[in-house]
Design a protein around this ligand. Structure first.
Ligand code: GCO
Ligand code: MG
Length: 405
């Protein structure tokens, strides 16, 4: 079998997604997700100009060799654009291997370690009351793990809220330039414990809760927040500080027993190595797309397992249903999988383009036993949704200082 073409698509199907199809001379094809939110076109060009021509004529069954070729062969290793492009190729190659074998990808990885994949959903709101109402209905829907995010009263925009949007996937569909928001750490620190106090008071101790800080704190503030939230028994606190300096986590760890999660923007195991091997985190959030594919993620999982760090892959709306499917196969296999972020079944437009048989029942996600990744991409339907430039917001402190969003 030989690769005859690699097609790259970028479509705003409710929001922008980069999708690839690797076509072979035997008619079998594989699909992959190369979406890098706000930097989609950089990945498209990388795939079209620097990857596709090098892979034509190669044997698609050589997943590991192709991965090494793209990683080592680039000379300029790592980085989100390179690794997202490699991730898309890797997913598509696993899809082809599964189709050829007549097996779902989780079987190729070593088979199921569990019957279904525990999902965590998002309860986002403009106020604590709104978050509490959403949390209540999610518990009724069957969720066992829920992430809570609320707007800060009196502040202009907080991470994880919906604004006027109804569907989470459409949240970022029309921002041709980055919107500017405001951030105030003191207001946030005074507010968040109340959000979790209310959740425990109203819904008890059984539901597992988490929260994403989106890299907005200094190390000592992070240490303090971890302590403040200890009484509410979080499953994890995510991204309290950026991990550019992995030593930072030593300071946080000295102060709090709240479990820590990080990794959605990590591109290789090297970004996570010190954190894992020094047991400074509890959950690794690396993704099949931005982390370079299924091939490296299974190595990260095995490395993390030695230190009792569990996998909790990123699953925000900017990962397409192809990455979502790839995660579910990975999660079914990974012995040290903990929880999968899951933000719902998409919009009608998404479901007309990405064909994907996924079920949610009593807190667990199930995927069909279709060969490969079990997700298809309808090119003709996708062509109805041209790419629209769109960006994540940026943040400034109230005095105008640039901050992380
Ligand atoms: C999460 C993430 C996302 C990111 C988004 C950026 O934990 O789900 O933080 O919501 O903000 O993926 O593109
Ligand atoms: Mg996050």
């Amino acid at each position: 079998m030989k690769i005859t073409a690699i097609k790259v698509f970028v479509n705003s199907v409710s929001r922008n997604f980069v999708t690839i199809k690797i076509i072979t001379d035997e008619g079998t094809y594989g699909v992959g997700d190369g979406t890098l939110n706000g930097r989609e076109i950089a990945v498209v060009k990388y795939l079209e100009e620097h990857i596709a021509p090098c892979l034509i004529g190669r044997d698609p069954s050589q997943i590991e060799d192709i991965w090494q070729y793209l990683f080592k062969g680039a000379y300029w290793r790592k980085g989100p654009v390179t690794m997202t492009a490699i991730g898309a190729i890797d997913m598509a190659l696993w899809d082809i291997k599964g189709k050829v074998a007549g097996m779902p990808v989780y079987q190729l990885l070593g088979g199921k370690s569990r019957k279904g994949v525990t999902a965590y959903g998002h309860a986002n709101g403009e106020s604590i009351d709104e978050v509490m109402a959403t949390l209540g209905s999610m518990i009724e829907e069957g969720y066992k793990v829920v992430r809570l995010q609320s707007a800060l009263p009196g502040a202009k925009g907080t991470y994880g809220t919906m604004g006027g949007k109804k569907n989470y996937y459409e949240l970022q569909s029309d921002r041709p330039l980055p919107p500017e928001l405001e951030w105030n750490t003191a207001k946030y620190m005074n507010f968040v414990p109340e959000l979790f106090r209310r959740a425990r008071a109203e819904y008890g101790n059984e539901i597992r809760l988490c929260h994403d800080v989106h890299n907005r704190l200094t190390p000592i503030e992070a240490a303090r927040l971890g302590k403040l939230l200890e009484p509410y028994d979080l499953l994890f606190l995510e991204d309290m500080v950026p991990a550019d300096n992995q030593d930072t986590f030593k300071l946080i760890r000295q102060h709090t027993t709240t479990p820590l999660a990080i990794g959605e923007i990590f591109n290789t195991v090297w970004d996570a190595k010190d954190l894992i091997q020094n047991q400074l985190i509890d959950y690794c959030r690396m993704a099949v797309s931005h982390g370079g594919g299924i091939t490296p993620l299974r190595k990260v999982a095995d490395f993390a397992a030695m230190y009792n760090v569990r996998m909790a892959p990123h699953g925000a709306p900017d990962l397409s249903p192809i990455a979502c499917a790839a995660h579910i196969h990975f999660d079914l296999w990974a012995p040290n999988f903990a929880v999968q972020e899951f933000v719902g079944f998409g919009t009608p437009a998404m479901n007309s383009v990405f064909k994907f048989d996924l079920k949610f029942d009593d807190g667990l996600l199930y995927i069909t036993d279709a060969p490969g990744l079990g997700v298809d991409f309808d090119e003709a339907e996708a062509a109805k949704y041209p790419y629209k430039r769109s960006y994540l917001p940026v943040n400034r402190l109230e005095d105008g200082t640039m901050w992380g969003w």
